[in-house]
Design a protein around this ligand. Structure first.
Ligand code: SF4
Length: 352
């Protein structure tokens, strides 16, 4: 197999266009930005703003935007999006983000010389790969499989030329292979991003909650699923704290204000209407429809300050005495809901 040596030099413009590059991430590590800086310093607030806008633009338009002129801001904003996505913990949102991101990268790569695309595949994706004298790529089959676009017959291994474990990929198809490889690489980066609960700054958490609420409202099928789970009394989708409140409510208990707020804001956040939440509270012994409706509308942001309230995070649930469980890797009841709805309910242990 004849191969050619690659001579590629990446510059700061490349780091800005391709913020996932190993070189780019290593470069900005030198600036020593910490998690506490995010949201607590002018630069950190800018990163959080950018990351929020990136994710919301992906949700609303399916596009990944680039911000500003400075490559360091762009790379650090990208890393901040990974933190936010990891905290939200919804696979469908991660998938949507990774698709939008890799498409953007694919569009940029299609304008690059093949040597640069190869360099990225080798150095960042870690693929074993070389370029033959015709300009076609020879990709180790395991790495080839990481980049195969889904649902396409022509990419199946049986339909490709395979020699000594390497798959020949024509020059014009190679960028597409790398694009899918980048999508999986980004999903893996999100999966690997884990932050200790106590280290998450408050401002970052507020952004997590805001994005989670926006995403849930758009996921009609999730809402329909939650409704049917509720009406069929299959409440496994809900975290134990919420299940416990529902069960106390249906056994005729009068819930304290914090518990009512936690339950109403959770149900509104997963897409229940004011009337549906009202229906849930009708079993309350001291139920008064006018008062209850006013309170629920207030939480939904339809009255007063017009602020839509988000459910408490786990830490607050515990401090109000509403949680006696430990849900693995969960920091917010909404996060539990997303994971359970995607068929990955978190492990739960009761705290004695
Ligand atoms: S850990 Fe969080 S999600 Fe789980 S029961 Fe407690 S408050 Fe609810």
């Amino acid at each position: 197999m004849e191969t050619r040596t690659l001579k590629v030099v990446l510059d700061y413009e490349d780091y800005k266009k391709y913020p996932f590059l190993r070189e780019a991430i290593n470069d900005i590590r030198l600036f020593g930005l910490t998690l506490e800086d995010i949201g607590n310093t002018p630069l950190g607030s800018e990163l959080l703003r950018n990351a929020r806008e990136k994710i919301l633009t992906v949700i609303e338009k399916g596009q990944y935007p680039i911000h500003g002129d400075d490559y360091r801001t762009e790379v650090a904003s990208f890393l901040t999006t990974l933190i936010l996505l990891s905290e939200i913990g919804d696979d469908a949102l991660n998938e949507k983000f990774a698709i939008a991101f890799s498409k953007r990268i694919g569009a940029e790569l299609s304008k690059e010389p093949i040597e640069k695309v190869l360099h990225i595949a080798i150095n960042t994706l870690g693929w074993n790969i070389s370029l033959d004298s015709n300009g076609d790529s020879l990709v180790y089959y395991k790495h080839y499989l990481q980049g195969v676009p889904e649902y396409t017959e022509e990419w199946k291994l049986v339909n490709r030329l395979l020699s000594k474990g390497f798959v020949r990929v024509p020059r014009e198809k190679f960028t597409r292979l790398v694009e899918t490889g980048i999508k999986k690489y980004v999903l893996n980066l999100i999966e690997k991003t884990r932050i200790e609960e106590s280290k998450i700054p408050e401002s970052l958490y507020k952004t997590v909650e805001e994005i989670a609420a926006t995403w849930t409202n758009l996921r009609r099928e999730l809402v329909a699923y939650a409704r049917s789970a509720y009406s069929d009394k299959k409440e496994d989708l809900f975290p134990p704290c919420i299940r416990s409140l529902l069960s106390e409510l249906s056994s005729g208990k009068n819930l304290p204000h914090s518990a009512r707020f936690a339950l109403a804001s959770f149900l509104l956040s997963i897409g229940f209407s004011v009337d549906e939440v009202l229906e849930v509270f009708k079993v309350t012994p001291d139920f008064r429809e006018d008062i209850a409706r006013y309170q629920i509308e207030h939480i939904a942001g339809l009255r007063g300050s017009r602020t839509k309230y988000l459910p408490y995070k786990c830490e607050n649930m515990r401090s109000y005495g509403l949680c006696r469980w430990k849900c693995e890797n969960i920091r917010h009841p909404l996060q539990f809901f997303f994971r359970a709805a995607r068929g990955r309910p978190p492990r739960v242990a009761e705290i004695q």
